[in-house]
Design a protein around this ligand. Structure first.
Ligand code: FAD
Length: 294
C-alpha cells in the first residue's frame, strides 16, 4: 500500500458542498488540506439549482461541483479521486485507507453525503447486533474460526472480506445478483445468486436464495456500495447513540478532531445546509488545531 507521506492539517472525505465548504474555511485559515472523493455525490444528480444563494441564473449540480472543486484547488487544496474503505485514529493522526493508498490528517471531516445503501431485506435491522454487523474491524473478533458472509460487490465489500479473512474459517461474498466490481485475487467464495430473505428470528442464521436453496452462515457483514460516514466513524471508534453518530453543536464526534458535515449528518438534505455545516465544522476544527496541535 502507498502511504502518502505528508500529514495534512485537514483530511476531508467527500468533495460535495459540505467537504468543499469545510476546505475553504480551513485553507483560508492557512491550513493544509487533503480532500478525497470518488464521485459527484448527490450534487452531481441535481439537474438545475434554483434555491441556492447568489445563483440568479440557475446552474446544474455538475457545474456547481466543478466550480467548488476548482475554488478549493485554487486556494491550495489537494484533491484525490479515490474511494475510502477504512479510517483509524492512532491517537495523534487520522489515517484513511483506500485499496491502494493511505491519507492522513490531524483532523478529519467526514462529508460523504447521505448513505446510499438501502436496507435490502425486511428484518435486516432487527438482526443488527445479533449476527448482522456493519463493521468488520469492530466485530471480526466474534467470528473467529466461523463461517461468515459479506453482502456487497464493490471495493468496500472486498475490504470488509479481507479484514474477516484473517480470523474467520470461511468468507463468502454475496453479490445478490450484482456483478463483482473487483478482481477476486484473494480467492473468496462468491455467491452471485439473488437473495430472497435472511434466515433467523432472534439471531441471524443464514440466507435463503431466490431459487429456494439455503446457505447457513454464523454472521453477515453488510458492505453495500461505498463506506458511509457512519461506517468510517464506527471504524475509528466514535460513539453512537441509537445507531446515530453522536455529534456536538459544532459537528464534532466523541473523538476530538473527528467531525461530520452535510447530508451524512442526517439533517435537511440541501446545499445551503451542507455548506453551513461544512463551514461550522471547519471553524471548530481550526480552533481545535490552534489549541491542541500548533
Ligand atoms: C436529484 C437531486 C436534486 C437536488 N436538488 C437540490 C436543489 O435544487 N437544491 C438544494 O439545495 N439541494 C438539492 N439537492 C440536495 C443536495 O444535492 C445535497 O443536499 C448536497 O449535495 C449535500 O452535499 P454533501 O457534501 O453533504 O454530499 P454530496 O453532494 O452527496 O457529496 C458526497 C461526497 O462524498 C464522497 N464520498 C462518499 N463516500 C465516500 C467514500 N467512501 N470515499 C470517498 N469519498 C466518498 C462522494 O464521492 C462525494 O464527493 C438535490 C439532490 C438530488 C439527489
Amino acid at each position: 500500500m502507498n502511504m502518502e507521506k505528508k500529514v495534512y492539517d485537514f483530511l476531508i472525505i467527500g468533495y460535495g458542498p459540505a467537504g468543499i465548504s469545510a476546505a475553504l474555511y480551513a485553507l483560508r485559515s492557512g491550513h493544509s488540506v487533503q480532500i478525497v472523493g470518488y464521485d459527484g455525490g448527490a450534487l452531481a444528480k441535481a439537474h438545475l439549482i434554483e434555491n441556492y444563494y447568489g445563483l440568479a441564473t440557475p446552474v446544474s449540480g455538475k457545474e456547481l461541483l466543478e466550480i467548488g472543486k476548482s475554488q478549493a484547488r485554487q486556494l491550495g487544496a489537494e484533491i484525490s479521486e479515490d474511494e475510502i474503505t477504512d479510517l483509524f485514529f492512532d491517537g495523534n493522526v487520522f489515517v484513511a485507507s483506500s485499496k491502494e493508498k493511505q491519507y492522513s490528517g490531524s483532523v478529519c471531516i467526514l462529508a460523504t453525503g447521505a448513505a446510499r445503501k438501502k436496507q435490502p431485506f425486511v428484518g435486516l435491522s432487527k438482526l443488527e447486533g445479533h449476527g448482522v454487523s456493519y463493521c468488520a474491524v469492530c466485530d471480526a473478533f466474534f467470528y473467529r474460526k466461523k463461517n461468515v458472509a459479506v453482502l456487497g460487490s464493490g471495493e468496500y465489500a472486498l475490504h470488509e472480506a479481507s479484514e474477516l479473512k484473517q480470523v474467520a474459517a470461511s468468507v463468502t461474498i454475496l453479490t445478490n445478483g450484482n456483478e463483482l466490481e473487483f478482481e477476486n485475487t484473494e480467492g473468496f467464495i462468491i455467491e452471485n445468486r439473488k437473495i430472497e430473505s435472511l434466515l433467523g428470528n432472534e439471531k441471524f442464521e443464514g440466507i435463503r436464495f431466490a431459487d429456494n436453496t439455503e446457505n447457513l452462515y454464523d454472521g453477515l457483514f453488510v458492505a453495500i456500495g461505498s463506506a458511509s460516514a457512519t461506517d468510517l466513524a464506527r471504524k475509528a471508534g466514535a460513539a453512537f447513540e441509537n445507531a446515530k453518530l453522536v455529534l456536538d453543536e459544532n459537528f464534532q464526534s466523541s473523538i476530538p478532531g473527528l467531525f461530520a458535515a452535510g447530508d451524512c449528518t442526517g439533517g435537511t438534505l440541501q446545499i445551503a445546509v451542507a455548506v453551513a455545516e461544512g463551514a461550522k465544522a471547519a471553524l471548530a476544527a481550526n480552533k481545535f488545531l490552534r489549541e491542541n496541535l500548533k
